[in-house]
Write a protein that binds this ligand. Structure first.
Ligand code: UDP
Length: 182
């Protein structure tokens, strides 16, 4: 992301299991980008799983376990003082930009990026930074060489839906990413 110009909290990786990051104040929002209908979008709207979404959706969910992470509107974001209008515009732009980069990247891995979640933070200079992991735990990833709706799943849905072979799927994602020379 940094190499492509997206500002992130990443500094460096002192060891394989450590990541140094810039200190930020996390905006308590889950920013979800959807290219294909799945998960809660299908449950809440009745859209059929796999429906192509054009243009992609950018949605905001309130990070609040007590309230069950509800979907927020722009007016509610303003009402709850979670982000200014300007910040909301920036978050949408950054989310779309990251989506374009990730879709192209996963396409080269033979993987369809269905949807994903991002979190952002604000640094001391009031700049918004991407401050999250991007992994099969936070993305829906479908294997393009499988047509079967269960077999194609390469993400946390394997665990959530008890589909088995969770680790194998994650290893396959890692292998394809490493094969790209990352
Ligand atoms: N997601 C996440 N953390 C959450 C909720 C969702 O990383 O707390 C990701 C999820 O893996 C998926 C996307 O956000 O890639 C959209 O999730 P959705 O709203 O469909 O909810 P779900 O079906 O995962 O409950």
């Amino acid at each position: 992301m940094e190499a492509n110009g997206v500002p992130t909290h990443f500094v460096d990786r002192p060891s394989a299991k450590e990541m140094r990051v810039k200190s930020v104040k996390i905006i308590p929002l889950e920013v979800v980008v959807r290219n294909i209908a799945a998960g809660s979008l299908c449950l809440q709207t009745g859209l059929k799983l796999g429906t192509n979404l054009q243009p992609s959706l950018v949605e905001f969910y309130y990070k609040n376990d007590h309230l069950g992470d509800p979907l927020l509107t722009r007016d509610r974001l303003r009402l709850l003082d979670l982000a200014t209008d300007d910040q909301v515009d920036q978050l949408i732009k950054m989310a779309q930009w990251i989506n374009d980069l990730l879709m192209g990247f996963f396409q080269q891995c033979g993987i369809t990026l269905v949807d994903f979640k991002l979190e952002f933070g604000v640094d001391a200079a009031q700049q918004i930074l991407l401050a999250d992991e991007i992994s099969p735990d936070t993305c829906r990833l479908w294997n393009q060489s499988e047509t079967d709706p269960d077999r194609r799943v390469m993400d946390k849905d394997r665990f959530r839906r008890d589909l088995g072979n969770v680790e194998e799927a994650y290893q396959q994602v890692l292998k394809r990413i490493l094969d790209q020379g990352v």
